[in-house]
Unconditional design. Structure first.
Length: 457
């Protein structure tokens, strides 16, 4: 296997992999964080303007949740394509699809112009967005981690989350700046600008990804499979050959999936709807979170290379659960600086620890022949079951509790506990075993070839 096992410098190929992978993650999180911010502070007034404010917010968060329903479908389909045809093909298709769907959202007329067609178009665009996003993380994480130097998988996998930090910075910054404009102009035109800007990101992503190459590990695995069986393995069958890790991958991802959407997305809705604070406060806080995320994610990734992915992820789960209550206490003060502090302690300190290690951990739970499919199943199903419905669940819980936020604290703690238990149960291989696993695969399949040859004589 050609891999930087001992060298610390990155080859040109590895740099292209990291840049190409990170731009897609940037787009994924940009599109979803942007939609989350808009669903909390803009869409209730633009697409659900005839409803009671609480009902309007619930309706808006419902469209946010629906987008996640197609993510597992996209994850399975694009995962199979990635494992059979190649990761690059998937990564080119997904960024174009995401860019078109997000840009289309910015072009939908408000409900007072086209009536019920407005939220229906919003729903349709959101579903297409989810379908293409479903294939992004599995392909990007697999390609980046497979090309990372042995012993540094955590660090380079975490660079993908630095891309998410840039997404927070850009989406939060644009919405904060536009949110300072007159309210009527912002609700009519201003909010649309960041959505249409997504097509620019898609073009940049295509330019960066067109020179990507498949990893040596993927190519050698495909060659070994064809030599042994005359065809490539079915990735979906291979992923479920070890069902424990497939199921644990979904459960492990749950706390990571809700962290940002509880603190940043629902937190903004809580401030605007329940505390009647201006939306730009939360937008600006999201920008600060993104800036810190760029630095904190690689730091946690590097720590995971030293003490293990499992340990760091459990620290993230427990820390996140402990910080939800202080975060919402700070949101309730109405003080700008304390609100920003709440977003930092609620998400950056420990939520980013989970984000930074999850993708690499999932990659290390599956063999190369089913890796993209396995990662997509774990990541996308957990995001659908957890993150997709988190703002809606939180809004319903708080409404049912008369505006009190304690149910959100309990909900977050339960999800975090599930993540801890699943992380302890899952089989996670250290990345140093990657080369040995490939040699074993090749040796095993060579034996099969010898047996077939012998039977013919």
């Amino acid at each position: 296997m050609t891999r930087a096992d001992t060298g610390r410098g990155l080859t040109g190929k590895q740099r292209r992999m990291i840049a190409g992978g990170s731009i897609g993650t940037l787009m994924e999180y940009y599109d979803y964080y942007l939609y989350g911010l808009a669903s909390a502070a803009v869409f209730p007034a633009v697409f659900f303007s005839t409803d009671d404010p609480i009902i309007a917010q619930l309706s808006s968060f419902a469209t946010f949740a629906v987008g996640f329903l197609l993510r597992p479908v996209g994850g399975i389909i694009w995962g199979i394509v990635g494992d059979r045809v190649g990761r690059k093909a998937v990564l080119m298709i997904t960024v174009v699809g995401m860019g078109i769907a997000t840009t289309a959202i910015g072009l939908i007329p408000p409900d007072h112009m086209i009536g019920v067609a407005a939220p229906l178009l919003l729903l349709l665009c959101r579903m297409f967005q989810g379908f293409f996003v479903g294939g992004e993380m599995g392909g990007a994480a697999t390609m980046v981690v497979e090309n990372a130097p042995t012993g540094r998988h955590g660090l380079y996998g975490a660079f993908l989350i630095s891309g998410a930090g840039v997404a927070n910075l850009v989406s939060g910054g644009l919405m904060a700046a536009l949110g300072l404009t007159p309210s009527s102009w912002f609700l009519t035109w201003g909010w649309r600008i960041p959505f249409v800007f997504s097509i620019v990101l898609a073009i940049v992503a295509v330019l960066l990804r067109r020179k990507l190459e498949e990893s040596d590990e993927f190519i050698q695995t495909q060659t070994a499979q064809i030599a042994a069986a005359g065809k490539r393995a079915n990735p979906l069958v291979e992923a479920f050959r070890h069902p424990k890790n497939t199921i644990m991958g979904v459960l492990i991802g749950l706390p990571q999936s809700i962290a940002g959407y509880v603190i940043l997305t629902y937190g903004l809705g809580f401030m605007v709807t329940n505390k009647h604070l201006p939306a730009w406060m939360g937008f600006a806080g999201t920008m600060i979170v993104g800036l810190l995320q760029i630095v904190v994610a690689p730091a946690w990734g590097a720590v995971s290379d030293r003490i293990g992915r499992r340990t760091v992820y459990i620290i993230g789960c427990v820390g996140f659960a402990a910080m939800v209550y202080p975060a919402f206490m700070l949101f309730s003060t109405g003080n700008l600086w304390l609100i920003w502090l709440g977003q930092i302690v609620g998400f950056v300190l420990f939520g980013v620890a989970m984000q930074a290690t999850l993708a690499t951990m999932l990659v290390e739970m599956f063999d190369p022949e089913a890796r993209t499919t396995g990662v997509n199943i774990g990541y996308q199903f957990s995001n659908t079951l957890g993150g997709g419905f988190a703002p809606l669940i939180c809004a319903a819980l708080v409404a049912g509790a008369g505006g009190a936020f304690w149910p959100v604290v309990v909900y977050s703690a339960v999800i975090a506990a599930v993540g801890v238990i699943a992380t302890l149960i899952a089989s996670i291989r250290p990345d140093r075993e990657g080369a040995d696993r490939l040699h074993v695969l090749a040796a095993t399949q060579s034996i099969r070839i010898d047996k077939v040859t012998a039977s013919l004589h």
